[in-house]
Design a protein around this ligand. Structure first.
Ligand code: ZN
Length: 273
């Protein structure tokens, strides 16, 4: 969506909300967060919905990712637009007038929404599901064939993401492997942990990793527990490069969030670089 079309959406709070409600109904029908009933009617001039089954009255975005942050429809659309343009939380806060913590929370919510649908099976990220389907990752010494790979312990893999025919694997710096085998392909170390001191990155030398790394270095450190969401965001941007992302991001936010998605996570070690 270009800025001229975007301008029409944010003409008023009413037009912005209408657009969001339309997108939400396309993604998943409205239902009562208390009893899941879907026979609802509007109250308070359409601001809320009521379920005749249990009498519950609720915000129409209840249960969806969008409802994790208290923003007006106009503010949400601006945040999505600025996130699409890879703007920082500081700039989003100053351009929209929302507080910095709220901007940060909105961005974290977008990242969770982008990461979740691909890993909806038990919360495992996409790459891990691929690992299970295609067999374990292996380590290879010297110039051996992929079939000669030795199994490696699961707990040495920090993160594994499948990207088309490529794989991205992050391990701690030790133990170190010369190369890994993923989906019957050899993948070599592309980052020896100079830029990201605690990590060793295995991936193709061209393509995704340079794209992601160029963006990661702007953050001056990423909390380790949030790294999977950052990687999923980068893989989303990479796989959809050349495509306008605004509606794709909004669609993810319109999904219902699995229970427990927004429980507070303990602060984790920072992944400095
Ligand atoms: Zn109900």
């Amino acid at each position: 969506m270009n800025v001229l079309d975007f301008e029409k959406l944010i003409r008023s709070e009413r037009t912005a909300k209408h657009y969001m409600l339309t997108r939400c109904s396309m993604v998943a029908g409205f239902r009562c967060p208390s009893c899941s009933g879907d026979r609802l009617y509007e109250v308070e001039n359409g601001k809320r919905r009521r379920c005749p089954g249990c009498g519950h009255t609720f915000n129409p975005f209840a249960g969806r990712y969008l409802n994790n942050v208290k923003l007006s429809a106009n503010e949400w659309l601006w945040v999505v637009k600025l996130f699409e343009l890879e703007t920082s939380a500081t700039v989003i806060a100053s351009e929209t007038g929302i507080s910095y913590p709220t901007a940060l929370k909105a961005i974290d919510t977008i990242r969770s929404a982008i990461a979740e649908p691909r890993g909806s099976n038990g919360g495992a990220p996409c790459g891990c599901q691929e690992t299970d389907r295609r067999g374990r990752l292996g380590a290879l010494n010297g110039n051996g064939a992929p079939g000669e790979a030795e199994p490696i312990a699961d707990n040495t893999i920090l993160y594994h993401l499948s990207l088309g025919n490529d794989c991205l694997i992050l391990t701690e710096r030790s133990p170190e492997y010369g190369c890994l085998v993923c989906r019957d392909r050899r993948i070599d170390v592309v980052d020896h942990g100079k830029g990201f001191p605690r990590l060793r990155v295995y991936c193709s030398a061209k393509g995704f990793w340079p794209f992601a790394k160029e963006r990661f270095v702007k953050y001056h450190g990423i909390p380790l527990d949030k790294l999977p969401d950052y990687l999923e965001e980068m893989s989303f941007r990479w796989l959809n490069r050349g495509t306008p992302l605004f509606d794709l991001i909004l669609e993810r936010l319109c999904h219902y969030a699995p229970a427990g998605t927004f429980r507070k996570r303990p602060r984790a070690k920072q992944l400095a670089h």
